[in-house]
Design a protein around this ligand. Structure first.
Ligand code: SF4
Ligand code: SF4
Ligand code: FES
Length: 318
């Protein structure tokens, strides 16, 4: 047994102007999870401590919270892996969400983004009678299994720095779940789904990999890359800055072995987009004044052929 001191964020939006913290001490086996320690604290010390949970088995996705500043499932986190030498574990609600009561947060923005993507199959022939089931080959199903394992715990959403600065971004979980239907051979709305996810700011992802920490190994970052690739392959939203940026970056690196920044900016904004170019002109002037203007043309680096071979072997679209 060990004495665990749970340093808990306390707040009730119905009565509190500001949050405070309570430390609750419980004697529990060190092999216990943080969720079990919270349950013990609630049962034996303070019944008003509020948190969400259901399965206690990393299946329902309810118990995501910040444990020592890192978001994760409390039912999958042993106390001994997170308590310090004094036995203290700091517990807070997930970031990127408005706290409601203690560790319970308002999940509405997360669910709104998820439901906007219509997370159910929409076969092209769904209104027709079917004598047989719609079958999927093992190879096609293998592509979907990881994404379908998502338990909607919102850990990745809480970890995403882009969500924290721009709440319009769909976020990693919604995009990963959209991928699950975009790549499903039974679905008939691939292009519509890609257009929707592009409208929900797919290209804002900064590829920081913070969401790679997913308790169910969905790896939403890699699914985001897959959705971006599908957007370009399907030719969806090609007049938007996101796909244009990806293509012009590829093009300049393949051509010169380097990032030709002037060409990338023009290609991303659009060479005939007068309003867009006018918008970035003050920045260009400031860069020129500070001597930071990138050269308009770049010579290819020595052995640029080797770079081009990499592109060709990866079949990168240009
Ligand atoms: S992708 Fe992973 S971290 Fe994100 S909601 Fe799904 S299971 Fe949770
Ligand atoms: S990789 Fe993209 S979606 Fe994932 S946390 Fe970073 S910015 Fe957010
Ligand atoms: S209680 Fe269900 S995932 Fe933790």
């Amino acid at each position: 047994m060990a004495q665990v001191k749970l340093d808990i964020f306390r707040y009730d939006e119905a009565v509190d102007a500001v949050p405070h913290r309570d430390t609750v001490e419980v004697d529990v086996p060190v092999t216990m999870t943080v969720l079990d320690a919270l349950e013990t604290a609630k049962a034996e010390v303070d019944g008003s401590i509020s948190f969400r949970r259901s399965c206690r088995s990393a299946i329902c996705g309810s118990c995501s919270m910040n444990i020592n500043g890192v978001t994760g499932l409390a039912c999958k986190t042993p106390c001994k892996s997170v308590m310090n030498d004094e036995g203290v574990i700091q517990i807070d609600p997930m970031p990127n969400f408005q706290p409601m009561k203690d560790l319970v947060v308002h999940m509405d923005p997360f669910w709104d983004k998820y439901t906007r993507l219509k997370p159910y199959l929409q076969p092209a022939d769904r209104d027709e009678d079917h004598e047989t089931e719609r079958r999927v080959s093992p190879a096609d199903m293998k592509k979907l299994v990881d994404a379908a394992n998502c338990v909607m715990c919102a850990t990745c959403y809480a970890l995403c720095p882009v969500v924290s600065v721009d709440p319009s971004f769909a976020g990693p979980a919604a995009i990963a779940y959209a991928y699950r239907f975009i790549e499903d051979v039974r679905d008939g709305k691939k292009k519509e789904r890609l257009a929707q996810i592009n409208e929900d700011y797919l290209w804002l992802c900064a590829h920081c990999y913070a969401c790679s920490y997913c308790p169910k190994h969905v790896d939403p970052h890699d699914r985001i890359v897959d959705v971006k690739r599908a957007t370009i392959q399907e030719g969806v939203m090609m007049d938007h800055p996101g796909p244009r940026h990806a293509l012009v970056v590829n093009k300049t690196i393949k051509k010169t072995g380097m990032l030709a920044e002037t060409e990338v900016i023009q290609g991303t904004v659009g060479i005939f987009n007068i309003r867009g170019l006018a918008k970035i002109t003050p920045l260009a002037i400031r860069m020129a004044v500070k001597g930071k203007m990138p050269p308009p043309f770049l010579r290819p680096i020595p052995k640029v052929d080797e770079v081009r071979t990499i592109f060709e072997s990866l079949e990168v679209p240009t």
